[in-house]
Design a protein around this ligand. Sequence first.
Ligand code: UDP
Ligand code: MG
Length: 325
Amino acid sequence: MDLSVIIPIYNEEKNIPALYERLRGVLVSMALRSYELVFVNDGSADQSLALIQDLAAQDSRVRYIDFSRNFGHQIAVSAGLDLSRGTAVVIIDADLQDPPELIPALYARLHEGYEVVYARRRTRQGESAIKKFTAKVFYRLLARITSVNIPLDTGDFRIVSRKVVDALRQMPEQNKFIRGQISWIGYRQTYVEYERAERAGGETGYTYRKMLRLALDGITGFSDVPLKAASVSGFLVSGVAFLVMLYTLYARFITRDYQPGWASLMVSILFLGGVQLIAVGIIGEYLARLLANVRQRPLYIISDTNITDAPALPRPTGVPTGTAS
Ligand code: UDP
Ligand code: MG
C-alpha cells in the first residue's frame, strides 16, 4: 500500500461527494500502485456515515471507521493512523480547506528523503478575525514555552512516513496534540506552503470550547512552563507580601502612624486570592490530564468499520531487537 489518506469527518455531508471526487482525481493521476481512503466518522449527526458507506460499497479503496460518539478531531486522526496501512500517510480535513491537489507535492517531497512534510498555510481565507488572531497568538505562545519546535501556522494537513506513524502509535497519551507529537518524534521534516481556502460547505465542527481544549492539550503536553510560572508567581507575591507585613508592623508599633487601612487590605486579599486561584487552576489542568492517562481507557470506541486487516502494533522503537522479553 503506497498511500493512505486519513479524513476525519464530523457533520460533513455537504463536502463528502466533492471531497471524494477531488481526492480520487488526484490519487489516480499520481499513478500509485495502491492507495486507500480512510474516513473516520467522529459521531456525525447528519448523513455523513451513509454517504461514506455508499462510497465504500462502490469503491473497495474506501475504508471507514465509525465511532460510537464524537471523540474529537485529534482522536479521529489517531484512529485513522492506527488502522491505516500505507507506507506514506496523509492527514487532511474533510471540508476542502486543505486542497487535495497539494498531495502530489507533499508525496514528492517525502521521497526526497524526509519523514514528514507538513503543509504550512501562507494565508487563511474565510475565517473569522478572532479565529485567525487566537490561532496566531497561540502558535507564537506555544513556540515560546515549549522545548520542541512546533512549526508556526501549521495544522494537521501533512504527509508522514510509516516510521512516524509507528512512533505515533506508541505514544499512549490520551490528550492528543498530533502536530506537537510529530515534532517531538524528530527525523528529517520539511514543509510546503499553500493558500488555505474557505470551508467548502457546512459549518466548522471546532467550537471555541474544542479549540481551547486543543490549545491546553498542546501546552500541557509539551511544556511545564505554566506550572513553573505558578510557583514563581507564588514566590514573588509572597516576597512582596512579606515586605508589606514588615512595613505594617513598623507602622503599627514604631511610628504608630496608621490608618484604618481598608483599601490596602482589600487589594492584598484580592490579589493574593487571584494568584492562588490561578496557580490552583494551572495545577488542576495538569492533574486532570494526569488522571486521564492513569485511567487507561481506550482512546476511542469503534461501533462499525470495514477494515478487517488492521496492522499490529509495532515493536516499541528504542528497544533493540533481542533485548525485549
Ligand atoms: N472534526 C472531527 N471531529 C470534531 C470536529 C471536527 O472529526 O469534533 C473534523 C472535521 O470534519 C474536519 C476537521 O476535523 O474534517 C477539521 O474541522 P473543522 O474544519 O471544523 O475545523 P476548522 O477548520 O474550522 O478549524
Ligand atoms: Mg475547516
